[in-house]
Design a protein around this ligand. Structure first.
Ligand code: C5P
Length: 254
């Protein structure tokens, strides 16, 4: 493929890093957003920030042309999920997590309607391993449950899944088999650690480049950036590793 065409197809890794704003106050969130200005443009709001400050930060981020991932992992009866998704769809949020069986996912898809909001179904948390599966009452392996839940998400018309980078390649293959090569099924992976970072509570983790190689579209990363002495530089280093991996994939495909 000619170089000019390759350039047009090039994935910009800085748009594919989602920084987890797991902080207890909106002021701390604002300070991190300020430090990462011009480097990170996609931010995840999870239960910690939501409980302390609600949705206050969302309009601020949207106004600054930044993207928002609301990670509240909705799990409730289908009608409640549908209504709650409708509310989020009107806020300008880009990604929202949901959880549950086919009926719950279908209700969420209905609630989203034609809004540009993308719904991501949670498969199995990266902090869980096979012992935890038994503890939860599941007889199958982690991988089997991931595949089962990804299948349900695909059948229900969900836009993508949250999964460990370890299972990303299997999910990508499944989406291709079920929906075809051109279907854009989003694979978003937390549990990412640069080689120099601690594992923290992740049992099924991976490095940024490996996750992309396995088929991840977006990486969610919090502590390796937030707890770094220089969060801005830590984010830049991760994006640089991601860019090399995306470029290598493009060359492989061309
Ligand atoms: O700090 P760290 O990079 O581990 O942050 C990961 C983020 O991804 C956290 O906000 C956590 O809530 C989220 N997460 C998730 N699903 C998982 C594992 C982590 O949404 N399976």
């Amino acid at each position: 493929m000619p170089v000019a065409e390759l350039e047009m197809l090039r994935i910009d890794a800085s748009e594919r890093l989602i920084f987890a704003l797991d902080v207890p106050s909106v002021d701390e969130a604002r300070e991190l957003i300020r430090q990462l200005e011009g480097v990170v443009s996609f931010f995840k709001i999870g239960i910690e920030l939501y409980v302390s400050s609600g949705l206050a930060i969302i309009p601020e981020l949207v106004q600054q042309n930044k993207k928002v991932f609301l990670d509240l992992k909705y799990f409730d009866v289908p009608e409640t999920v549908k209504s709650a998704v409708e509310r989020v769809a009107s806020l300008g949020v880009s990604f929202l997590t949901i959880h549950g069986n086919g009926q719950i996912i279908k209700a969420a898809v209905e609630g989203r309607g034609n809004a540009p909001l993308k719904l991501l179904s949670v498969t199995v948390l990266t902090s869980l391993d096979s012992d935890d599966m038994k503890d939860l009452g599941f007889e199958c392996s982690v991988e089997d449950l991931v595949i089962r839940r990804a299948t349900k998400a695909l059948e229900a018309g969900c836009d993508g899944v949250i999964t460990s980078p370890r299972e990303a390649d299997k999910v990508r293959d499944l989406a291709t088999i079920m929906k075809g090569q051109d279907h854009k099924f989003l694979i978003v992976t937390p549990g990412i650690r640069p080689k120099s970072s601690a594992r923290d509570d992740h049992k099924r983790l991976s490095h940024p480049a490996d996750a992309i190689q396995a088929g991840a579209d977006y990486l969610v990363i919090g502590r390796p950036i937030r707890e770094s002495l220089d969060p801005r530089q830590a984010a830049k280093d991760i994006i640089s590793e991601m860019q090399t991996a995306f470029d290598a994939l493009e060359i492989e495909r061309s």
